[in-house]
Structure formats: C-alpha cells, structure tokens
Design a protein around this ligand. Structure first.
Ligand code: NAD
Length: 251
C-alpha cells in the first residue's frame, strides 16, 4: 500500500530533470518524499527554479549541470551526487533529444548526436551508478524509452534506434543485477504534451490523436506517476519490463 511519502529516505537522480517529463518526475518524486538530484544541460533557469520550489517546500533538491553524452562528466556528476546526498537509490534516465528527418535526408551528425545523448547517455549513467548500487544491494533504474522504440516511426530512424537500444540495454542490465536487488525497467511513453511534441504541426498532432485508442495525447503526470510506482517498494518484484504509457497506441 503506497502512502504519500513512500519515497522518503530515498535519493533520486533524474537526467534532463528540469522540465518536461523529467521536470514532472523530479517534482513528483520530491512530493513523495525523495531527495532529488536534478541534472540539466541547457535549462539552468528551469533547474534552479524547480530546486528552489522543492527546497522552499521543505524537500531537498540540488542541481547538476552535465551533458549525459560525456562519459567522464557523468562519472563526476554521479560521484558528486553520492558525496552530497550520501547515496543514490533511484536513477531515471530521461534526458533525450530528437533530430528528425527521412533517411534520405538524415545527416551522419543527426544520427550520431541522437545516439550519443539518448543511448550512450543512458549507458553512461547506468555504468557509473552500478558500483554503488551493487554495494548497497539496492537500486531502481528507470529508463525512458518510447513507443517508437518498439514500433518504429517514419522520420525517426535515429531516435527510434536509440529508444529500441534503451530497451535492449534495460533487459540486459536487469539480467545482470537482479540478483543484487537492483530493478531496471523502461517506460515507453506514447505522445506526451511537452516542448518535444509542441514543435509538431496541428495536422501531425491531429493524425497522432486519431492513431491513439484513447483519442488524446498523454500528460507529463501520466509518465511521472508510472515512474514513481516503479521507484516504489510496490514494484520490488518488477524488473526488465517495458511499461507502455501511451493510451493504447502500442497495442
Ligand atoms: P524535453 O525536450 O521537454 O526534455 C528533455 C530534457 O532533456 C530537457 O530538460 C533537456 O535539457 C534534457 N537534455 C537534452 N540533452 C541533454 C544532455 N545532453 N544532457 C543532459 N540533459 C539533456 O522533452 P520531453 O518530452 O520531456 O522528453 C523527455 C524524455 O521522454 C526523452 O527521453 C524523450 O525522448 C522521451 N519521450 C518523450 C515523448 C513525448 O511525447 N514527449 C514520447 C516518448 C518518449
């Protein structure tokens, strides 16, 4: 049974945790009692504002500027989080970008950049939390994939490859560390209203809505509540799973 402070005593790092889906996950985890480390790359004002809001409400939040694609910078960030908070229990790999184009027009840079941030960024963070989670025999890792990582999407060969890669990495990691009390799961959101989808034209959004059995786009709260459940003790026997939060789109 979950109470409203079911993450009390836990420390969570959320990558890209200042705004959008990551911002809502940060806020929700803090509301449920977790101390939160907010990673950001460009959104310093948003990160600071969110941390101030959480700290003013009696929670604990610290911000960390770091490009998740940079292996050594991620190591430094995670070492600092563990030093500042004493431990790290929950990692949410949320940072992600899109650089959409049809294969014919997609440049090598657009492919490399999306793989570097979305897929290698997820590897970098999991790699550097593993030792401390193994030592404490406890951890929850939640990787944000996408419905297009399962089903593909025209114009997104780079993005869908990165999100499919996250699913493979999630399952492999879950098999490696399950016996040590670490759960590794992925969430595959459908289309969620954020800056990432705001750029789509009204025609595209309307076509998307028609392809969703529930007939509407999702909200950041839909993803944040699922992440909070996976981070909670109610999900202690769930690992290696991909939870679709997509209004039925991925059926
Ligand atoms: P968003 O653009 O609002 O947020 C992405 C966040 O990642 C931003 O805070 C950004 O600063 C951060 N980020 C980008 N590059 C980074 C880097 N190199 N290092 C650290 N942080 C970096 O987008 P969103 O919609 O909130 O997306 C969050 C996650 O959810 C992404 O992984 C995205 O692929 C995934 N997702 C989103 C949707 C959707 O419909 N919005 C659907 C499926 C999956």
């Amino acid at each position: 049974m979950l109470n409203n402070t079911f993450l009390e005593g836990k420390t969570a790092l959320i990558t890209g945790g200042a705004k959008g889906i990551g911002g809502k996950i940060t806020e929700t985890f803090a509301q449920y009692g977790a101390a939160v480390a907010i990673n950001y790359s460009g959104s310093e004002d948003a990160a600071r504002e969110l941390a101030d809001k959480i700290n003013a409400a009696g929670g604990k939040a610290v911000i960390y500027k770091c490009n998740v694609a940079d292996f050594n910078a991620v190591k430094e960030m995670i070492d600092n989080v563990i030093k500042d908070f004493g431990k790290l229990d929950i990692l949410v790999n949320n940072a992600g970008i899109t650089k959409d184009n049809l294969m014919l027009r997609m440049g090598e840079d657009d492919f490399d950049r999306v793989i570097d941030v979305n897929l290698k960024g997820c590897f970098n963070c999991m790699k550097h939390v593993t030792r401390s989670m193994l030592k404490q025999k406890y951890g929850k890792i939640i990787n944000i994939s996408s419905v297009v990582g399962v089903h593909g999407n025209a114009g997104q060969v780079n993005y869908s490859a990165s999100k499919a890669g996250i699913i493979g990495m999630t399952k492999s990691m879950a098999k490696e560390v399950g016996v040590k009390g670490i759960c590794v799961n992925a969430i595959a959101p459908g289309f969620i209203e954020t800056d990432m989808t705001e750029v789509l034209s009204e025609d595209v959004k309307s076509a998307i809505r028609q392809s969703i059995p529930m007939g509407k786009m999702g909200t950041v709260d839909d993803i944040a509540q699922t992440a909070a459940f996976l981070a909670s003790s109610s999900a202690d026997y769930i690992t290696g799973q991909v939870i679709g939060v997509d209004g039925g789109m991925g059926m």
